[in-house]
Design a binder for this molecule. Structure first.
Ligand code: DGY
Length: 319
C-alpha cells in the first residue's frame, strides 16, 4: 500500500511506518507538492498525508483510484471536500486538541504585539529613529482588565478564554449555539455578534471556514468596534473581507489587527494590508511550536495507519 506525503516531514516517527507500506514523500522542503505532481501521485495512493496548503478536491478524488484515507495535519479541513470523500467511502482524519494551546498562545502573542506596538517599535530602532524617551512614544493599549470577545467558542476558544481570565480579562463569546456549561465553567458571557463587536476591546476570530462564516466580518461589522479595539484572526482568512478590513484600519476606525491567516495564502508583500503600520502579519503559524507539530505528525500518521488497517481513526471529520 502506498502512503503519499505531500510535504517534507522530518520526523523519526516516519520510521514507525511498517515496512509493508511504500512511502512517497515530496522532497522539496518548504514548498508544497505541485498540483500536477499531487494529481499524478494520488492515482495509486492508498492514503495521503496532507496539510492546509493542498486542495483535496473533487478532481483529486476523481484521480485517486485506491484512496482510503486522507490524514490532514491540521484541525481545519476546509481545503478538503469531505462530502465527496464520504460519498466515496474515504476516511478523513484531522488533529484537533493537540494544537489548541499553541493557537491560543499565538492569539495572545498577536494581541500583545499589536496592543503594545512591538513591531513598530522594533522597526523604529532598526531605522535609527530613536533619539529620546518620549512620554507617549509608541503608547498602545492595555490588556489586563479589558474585554476579550471570542468569535467561535470551540476547543481553542475555551483555552484562550482560560488564558485570558488568567490575565484578568473579561471574556465574551459569540457562537452558533450558546453554551451555558462553558459560561459557568470559564466565567464567560455570551453576546450576539453585534454586541460582542461593540463591547470588546479585543476581538479574536476562531470560527472555522464554512459557507456560513464566509466574510462574516466586513465593513459594517468592523465599524461597530471601538477606535481603540484590536482584531486578531488565527482561524481562516475567508471569515473576513480583507478589503473592508484594510479600509477600516486605514481610516483608523479600529486600533490594529494581528493576522495569522489570509484569504489567499501565501499573502504577497504588496498586499494593501501589509502597507499599514497597525497590522502585524505572520505566515499561518498558529500551531507552529515544535512539540505541537510533532504531535500533529504523530496523530496524522496514526489516523492513516489505523484507517488503512480498517480501524477507527483517532479523530475523523466524516459525517
Ligand atoms: C489548522 O490546524 O487548521 C491550522 O490552521 C494549521 O496550522
Amino acid at each position: 500500500m502506498k502512503i503519499l506525503i505531500t510535504r517534507t516531514i522530518k520526523s523519526a516517527l516516519l520510521d514507525n511506518i511498517p515496512k509493508e507500506f511504500e512511502v512517497v514523500m515530496w522532497k522539496e522542503e518548504d514548498s508544497p507538492m505541485p498540483r500536477a505532481e499531487l494529481l499524478r501521485e494520488i492515482e495509486d495512493a492508498d492514503a495521503v498525508f496532507t496539510n492546509v496548503s493542498d486542495q483535496i478536491d473533487f478532481e483529486v478524488f476523481e484521480r485517486a483510484k485506491n484512496l482510503k484515507v486522507v490524514g490532514t495535519m491540521a484541525v481545519g479541513f476546509d481545503n478538503i471536500n469531505v462530502q465527496e470523500a464520504t460519498k466515496r467511502g474515504i476516511l478523513v482524519g484531522h488533529t484537533p486538541d493537540v494544537l489548541s494551546e499553541a493557537v491560543a498562545e499565538l492569539a495572545l502573542a498577536l494581541m500583545f504585539a499589536t496592543a503594545r506596538r512591538v513591531v513598530e517599535g522594533m522597526n523604529y530602532i532598526h531605522q535609527n529613529q530613536w533619539e529620546s524617551w518620549g512620554p507617549y512614544l509608541f503608547a498602545g493599549q492595555k490588556i489586563s482588565g479589558k474585554k476579550l470577545g471570542i468569535i467561535g467558542m470551540g476547543r481553542i476558544g475555551k483555552i484562550l478564554a482560560k488564558m485570558a481570565r488568567g490575565i484578568n480579562m473579561e471574556v465574551l463569546y459569540s457562537n452558533r449555539r450558546r453554551d451555558e456549561q462553558t459560561e459557568a465553567e470559564l466565567n464567560v458571557d455570551y453576546r450576539d455578534l453585534e454586541s460582542l463587536l461593540k463591547e470588546s476591546d479585543y476581538v479574536v476570530m476562531l470560527a472555522p471556514a464554512t459557507p456560513e462564516t464566509y466574510h462574516m466580518l466586513g465593513y459594517e461589522q468592523f465599524a461597530l468596534m471601538k477606535p481603540t479595539s484590536i482584531f486578531v484572526n488565527v482561524s481562516r482568512g475567508s471569515t473576513v473581507n480583507e478589503d473592508d478590513l484594510y479600509k477600516i484600519l486605514s481610516e483608523k476606525k479600529i486600533f490594529a489587527a494581528g493576522l495569522d491567516v489570509f484569504e489567499v495564502e501565501p499573502i504577497k508583500n504588496n498586499h494593501p494590508l501589509l502597507t499599514l503600520d497597525n497590522v502585524i502579519a505572520v505566515p499561518h503559524i498558529g500551531s507552529a511550536t515544535v512539540d505541537t507539530r510533532d504531535k500533529m505528525v504523530e496523530i496524522t500518521l496514526n489516523n492513516i495507519l489505523r484507517g488503512l488497517k480498517g480501524e477507527r481513526l483517532l479523530h475523523t471529520v466524516n459525517k
